[in-house]
Design a binder for this molecule. Structure first.
Ligand code: ADP
Ligand code: ASP
Ligand code: MG
Length: 471
C-alpha cells in the first residue's frame, strides 16, 4: 500500500556525486511505488566539521588567503559532486550557478568574521548552515535529471521555526506544524513533487538561521514526519540499523531488528550516534514508526523503532559509549549532613547553561560526581567555584580523560543482577569504574571509565551479555 514517507540521508550517504546519484535512484524506486516522499538531506560528510573549524580560525587569525583556499576546495568538492551526479548539462549548469552564489555568501561571511575577530553562536549557525544549503540543491537536481519533479527547500523554507537558542535550537511546534503542513502537503499530495529539505537548519521567528544541534538532520526528519502525519520516518545511514554496539569499536556488533522508542532514546542519549537523541520525541507524539536503514545495503531490513515492545527476550540490548565528557568531583567533609548542596550544584550549573549528563552522590554525602559535556567543562568549573567559594565544599576537581559507557535495555527494569554482571565483567578485564549511575527509567546503567579502558570495556560487556549471537 502506498505510504507517506520522510526519508533522511546522512552525510556519508551523500558524500560524493556517485553516492548522491545512488540515493536519488533509491528515492525513485520508492516514488515509483506510488509513495509520497519528503527527502531530508545532510551536508556532504565532514563539511559541517570543516565549516565550524574554518569559522573558528577566521575569528582567531583573520587570514583571508586561507579563507580563499578553503572556499576553492569546498567549491571543487561540490562542483565535482554535481557534475558526477547529474547527467543533464542544463540542470548541472543551473545547480552550479546556485551553488556559486551561496559559496560567495559563505566567503563574504567568513571574511567578515575575520575582520570582526568575533564568532557569536548566531554567526556560527549561519556559517554551519551552508553544508546542508549546498548539498540539498544537488540531490534535487539529480532527481530532476532523472525525470522526477523535485524542489530544494531550506529547513526554514519548509516551515521549521525554532526559538533563538543558537547551536541547539528547539522547534516552536505550534507554528512549525502548521507551516510545514501548509508548505509540504500541497507539494506531495497534489503536485506529486518530491521536496528535498535541508536537514539540521531552521529559522527563528525573525527569520534568522538556527541549527538544531550537531547530528540534527535526523531531528528535522522527525519534526517533518510528525507535522505531515507520515506513515513512517526512515533514517538512511551507513550501517545496517541500530546495533548492539558501535561497529567501529565492536566488530561483532549485530543489528537489532526491533527496539522500543524508550530504548532508542536511551541508546541515542548515551552515545549511539546513529540517531540524534531528539529524533524519537516527535515520532512518539504521533506514534510514527522510525526505521533505520543502510544506503549501502538497502535490501537489509534495518531496525524498526516502535511503541509496542517486542517480547522481552534480552535484558540488555546494547552497549554505548559517550566520548568527549568530563567528570567533575565536588567534595568536602562538611557536605555530609548539610542540606541543599546537591540542589545548589544543580541550580548553579543550570544557570550557567551546563547540561548535566550524569550525577551520583556517595552514601557518605561528602562527595558529588557530575558528568558534563567536555565543551562545557570550564563554564561548569568556573560557575561551581564561584558558587561555593568559602563554603562547605573544599575541593572541586575534574578529569577529562574519561568516557561514559551505558548498558541499555528496557528489560533491565526490575531484573536483579545486571549491575553485578556488568561490574564483574569489567573487573575481569581490569577496567576501573570511576562513577556509576542508574537512569530513573531503569532502562540503562551508565558509568564512567578512563579513556584508555573504553574499548576493552565495551568488548567485554558485549561478550558478557552475548549480544553478538544471532537470535
Ligand atoms: P549519518 O551521517 O548517516 O547521520 P552518523 O555518523 O551520524 O551517520 O551515524 C552513524 C554512525 O553511528 C555509524 O557509522 C556508527 O559508527 C555509529 N554508531 C554508534 N553507535 C551505534 C549503534 N549502537 N548502532 C549503529 N551505529 C552506531
Ligand atoms: N551536518 C550536520 C552535522 O554534521 C547535521 C547532520 O549531519 O545530521 O552535524
Ligand atoms: Mg547523524
Amino acid at each position: 500500500m502506498p505510504m507517506r514517507l520522510v526519508m533522511k540521508f546522512g552525510g556519508t550517504s551523500v558524500a560524493d556525486g556517485l553516492r548522491i546519484k545512488n540515493v536519488a535512484s533509491l528515492i525513485r524506486g520508492f516514488y515509483d511505488d506510488k509513495n509520497e516522499i519528503v527527502v531530508v538531506v545532510s551536508a556532504l560528510s565532514g563539511v559541517t566539521d570543516e565549516l565550524e573549524k574554518e569559522a573558528k580560525k577566521a575569528s582567531e587569525k583573520g587570514d583571508v588567503a586561507e579563507i580563499d583556499l578553503f572556499i576553492k576546495r569546498l567549491a571543487k568538492r561540490y562542483h565535482d559532486a554535481t557534475k558526477e551526479a547529474i547527467d543533464d548539462k542544463e540542470i548541472t549548469k543551473k545547480v552550479i550557478e546556485g551553488l556559486n552564489l551561496k559559496l560567495d555568501d559563505l566567503r563574504k561571511s567568513l571574511i567578515s568574521i575575520s575582520h570582526l575577530r568575533e564568532l557569536t553562536d548566531r554567526s556560527h549557525d549561519y556559517l554551519s548552515s551552508f553544508g546542508e544549503r549546498l548539498s540539498t540543491p544537488i540531490l534535487s537536481g539529480v532527481m530532476r535529471s532523472m525525470g522526477l519533479d523535485s524542489i530544494s527547500l531550506t529547513g526554514g523554507e519548509a516551515g521549521i521555526v525554532t526559538n533563538s537558542i543558537f547551536k541547539n535550537a528547539r522547534p516552536l511546534f505550534d507554528i512549525t506544524n502548521d507551516k510545514v503542513r501548509k508548505c509540504l502537503l500541497p507539494l506531495i499530495e497534489i503536485k506529486k513533487v518530491i521536496p528535498g529539505v535541508s536537514g539540521f537548519i531552521a529559522v527563528d521567528k525573525n527569520g534568522v538561521i538556527t541549527t538544531l544541534g550537531r547530528g540534527g538532520s535526523d531531528y528535522t526528519a522527525s519534526i517533518i514526519g510528525a507535522a505531515i502525519d507520515a506513515d513512517e520516518i526512515w533514517i538512511w545511514t551507513d550501517v545496517d540499523g541500530v546495533m548492539t554496539a558501535d561497529p567501529k569499536f565492536v566488530p561483532e556488533a549485530r543489528t537489532l531488528p526491533v527496539i522500543s522508542y524508550l530504548e532508542a532514546m536511551e541508546l541515542s542519549y548515551f552515545g549511539a550516534k546513529v540517531i540524534h537523541p531528539k529524533t524519537i520525541e516527535p515520532a512518539i507524539q504521533k506514534g510514527i514508526p522510525v526505521r533505520v536503514k543502510n544506503t549501502f545495503n538497502p535490501e537489509h531490513p534495518g531496525t524498526t523503532i516502535v511503541k509496542a515492545h517486542e517480547e522481552i527476550k534480552d535484558i540488555v540490548k546494547a552497549v554505548t559509549i559517550i566520548k568527549n565528557v568530563a567528570l567533575i568531583n565536588v567534595s568536602g567533609a562538611a557536605m555530609a549532613g548539610t542540606p541543599g548542596v546537591a540542589a545548589r550544584v544543580f541550580t548553579t550549573l543550570a544557570e550557567a547553561d551546563v547540561n548535566i549528563m550524569m550525577i551520583s552522590q556517595g552514601s557518605s554525602e561528602a562527595n558529588i560526581s557530575i558528568v558534563v559535556d567536555e565543551a562545557s567543562l570550564h563554564k561548569a568549573i568556573n560557575a561551581l567555584k564561584s558558587e561555593f567559594r568559602e563554603d562547605v565544599v573544599k575541593s572541586i576537581t575534574h578529569d577529562e580523560d574519561v568516557c561514559a559507557i551505558a548498558v541499555v535495555g528496557a528489560g533491565m527494569a526490575g531484573t536483579l543482577g545486571v549491575a553485578g554482571r556488568v561490574f564483574s565483567a569489567m573487573g575481569r578485564v581490569g577496567a576501573n569504574v570511576r562513577m556509576i549511575s542508574q537512569g530513573s527509567s531503569e532502562a540503562n546503567i551508565s558509568f564512567v571509565v578512563n579513556e584508555k579502558d573504553v574499548e576493552k570495556t565495551v568488548i567485554a560487556l558485549h561478550d558478557e551479555f552475548n549480544l553478538g549471537a544471532e537470535r
